[in-house]
Design a protein around this ligand. Structure first.
Ligand code: GAL
Length: 654
């Protein structure tokens, strides 16, 4: 049970509601249509700052009161945004220093949104003042279900390089390292004459003649995530002081880069996430599944909220596909199948003007008499009937390890390959698990690993010694681990672990890597059981058993995929990126050895099967047919026919 349910008591179903974009005489129709659609909650006020505080310190909450009251009267809960994601134009005029800067010094001007430097004292002060007004005003309001701080922190501006940020970065570094000598040591500044004699000499990694110092880049990512987190915490503190019982969240965006979601997760009362899979991408539902598993895991397995998705097309890709009939329902249930207790959209009513006028909405430019509205209304009714699922969790015996600092460092420059990405690394390991129907958590290195039979570690380039030791202990204690190349290479300051690659895992894996041999762009290399891409390397075994060898070129006959029994467990190592079929075969072997079973053995290809477990012992089986043809699925309680893109949800008591 997450903290929202006691207040809402039902599935969260609704959208971002922006009533300020419409004359007030449209609002009663909004409410009427919301009831028809089964809306239980809306997110209100995300971009309302300029409308409730048109001039500094001058508030106009009248219209907002009326919107809140209308919603309360209709028994619709409000996920109340703190409005600080897009400062009003007067803030930039009054305090130009609140505007963020890119690495090359470009100022990001007002006129879009998120144009604030997180370290700006003026931004924080004005944001804090607004939040205090807002929370004081609505803390007792019957519609209030949940606080929504900011919006998608770091989505457009994950890092600000301005003078204020530079000063804050110095303070952050001083706190982290304590002395400039320690900073020099951590950043390897003996290299290229970068030695500092004072913190005042340090800058953010602004555009430089060539590669900036890798440790400087990495620390700047950490600092930037922390600076945004400070903004979040500043607001949260005000909310906690005034409404200690109302849960707080911020909507995470994308999994890959911006802020360290794992570091932020512990500060959320409930995890929430915005999901925009591309209907033009035939694998986008697999990436969506990965991010849903990540969100569930970030909340320690508790239900999370899908706070935004598109009813049909978005407007920000080069080509914006409409969702096919049934696809919105299928993808909504996919989130529920992986632990969501809310299915919300961006946005309620399609904007007439502004940058998002061609983004779909629950109510389109043409009104509500159309397919999109009919489908969302049907979904609303369906979710209202699924109350038994609320609060239930999922059990996974497999976990995939994901770490943001590792991702930042992995994608840093001046590496053996320039285009190895965290996304590709994770999805190439996750996809075969998804296709095999194996449920997985996606956990940070700090998670309790002992609950998992199998741990998959894609390209853990950066690893602190204590994390490496935890992985070694995990296997020694009986765990099965699959690790890919270019893991265990550097420490938390992006300095190479000496003693032969991958030094912290050499004993665990029973091998050492003598030399990296990346493949040409788009190139492949034959393996004894398939082919590899991106990478090859010169492996010398030191006790590991060779499962596959490279089959061509200078490495022909040398180890490519190995297995090492270590303690009571087993560690597999992949010295290349095997093609999808080979990857699937290797992971299937590891799953079998670990005793990991799919959620529904024998489910047809393209059918996603998951189980949510209620506290009362009910098992909710979700079957999702991602194929555009009908088929039949065999389950323990009989055959289930599924139309194209159809969903079947059935409770069973175990
Ligand atoms: C999200 C954002 C929303 C809206 C949406 C459009 O990133 O939070 O405000 O812009 O994208 O897809």
């Amino acid at each position: 049970m997450n903290l929202v349910q006691p207040r809402l008591g039902r599935f969260g179903f609704g959208a971002d509601y922006n009533p300020e974009q419409w004359p007030e005489d449209v609002w009663p129709e909004d409410i009427e249509l919301m009831k028809r659609a089964g809306v239980s909650m809306v997110t209100l006020g995300i971009f309302s700052w300029a409308n409730v505080e048109p001039r500094p310190g001058e508030y106009d909450f009248g219209w907002f009161d009326r919107a809140m009251d209308l919603l309360a009267g209709a028994d619709i809960g409000v996920c109340l945004a703190t409005m600080t994601a897009s400062p009003p134009p007067w803030l930039a005029r009054l305090h130009p220093g609140t505007l963020p800067e890119r690495a090359d010094g470009t100022v990001l001007w007002p006129g879009a949104r998120q144009h604030f430097c997180p370290s700006s004292p003026a931004y924080r002060e004005h944001a804090g003042r607004l939040v205090r007004q807002l929370v004081t005003r609505y803390r007792e309001h019957p519609a209030l279900a949940l606080w929504h701080i900011g919006n998608e922190y770091g989505c457009h501006v994950p890092m600000c390089y301005c003078a204020t940020s530079a000063e804050a970065f110095r303070t952050w570094l001083n706190e982290r390292y304590g002395s400039v000598e320690a900073l020099n040591e951590a950043w390897s500044t003996a290299f290229w004459s970068q030695r500092y004699s004072d913190f005042a000499e340090v800058f953010p990694p602004r555009t430089a003649p060539t590669f900036p110092n890798p440790a400087q880049q990495l620390d700047f990512r950490r600092f930037s995530s922390d600076a945004l987190l400070e903004c979040f915490l500043m607001e949260k503190e005000i909310i906690r002081e005034l409404t200690p019982a109302v849960p707080v969240t911020t909507n995470f965006v994308g999994a890959w880069h911006r802020v360290d979601n794992a570091a932020w997760a512990g500060h959320q009362d409930v995890i929430s996430y915005d999901s925009y899979p591309d209907p033009h991408d035939e694998h986008s539902h697999i990436e969506a599944a990965f991010t849903y598993d990540l969100m569930r895991s970030l909340g320690g397995g508790k239900p999370w909220l899908l706070l935004e998705q598109a009813p049909s097309a978005v407007n920000w890709r080069p080509r914006n596909a409409a969702k096919a009939p049934g696809q919105m329902r299928l993808w909504s249930h996919q989130a529920v199948a992986r632990g969501a207790d809310a299915v919300m959209f961006f946005q309620w009513r399609q904007s007439q003007g502004g940058a998002e006028r061609f983004h779909s909405a629950m109510v389109s430019h043409g009104g509500a008499d159309n397919r999109v509205f009919r489908e969302v209304a049907e979904l609303g009714a369906e979710l209202a009937g699924l109350g038994g699922v609320l609060g239930s969790g999922m059990e996974a015996e497999t976990a995939l390890l994901m770490d943001w600092p590792n991702g930042w460092a992995l994608e840093s420059n001046a590496h053996p390959v320039a285009d190895l990405t965290l996304r590709e690394a994770n999805l190439s390991h996750y996809r075969p698990l998804w296709e095999a129907g194996v449920s997985a958590d996606v956990v940070p290195p700090s998670a309790d690993l002992s609950r998992y039979r199998l741990l998959v570690v894609p390209n853990l380039y950066l690893v602190e010694t204590e994390v490496a030791e935890r992985l070694v202990e995990y296997v020694r204690g009986g765990g099965q681990l699959v690790m890919s190349f270019f893991s265990g290479i550097v420490d938390g300051c992006d300095r190479v672990h000496l003693g032969g690659y991958p030094a912290p895992f050499r004993e665990l894996l029973g091998l050492t890597v003598e030399e990296f041999c990346p493949l040409p762009e788009g190139g492949t290399i034959g393996l004894s059981g398939g082919s590899g891409t991106i990478w090859s390397e010169w492996i010398n075994t030191e006790g590991a058993e060779v499962l596959q060898t490279f089959a061509e070129g200078e490495l022909a006959g040398r180890p490519a995929v190995t297995r090492h029994r270590f303690g009571d467990g087993v560690a597999y190592y992949l010295g290349t990126r095997p093609d999808p079929a080979s990857m699937a075969a290797i992971l299937a072997m590891a799953c079998e050895a670990a005793g990991v079973e799919p959620a529904l053995p024998g489910a047809p290809a393209g059918v996603e099967a998951t189980v949510r477990h209620s506290a009362d012992g009910t098992r909710w089986l979700f079957l999702l047919n991602h194929n555009d043809f009908e088929l039949t699925v065999r389950t323990p309680s009989g055959e289930v026919p599924l139309a194209a893109r159809d969903v079947h949800i059935s409770p069973a008591t175990s």
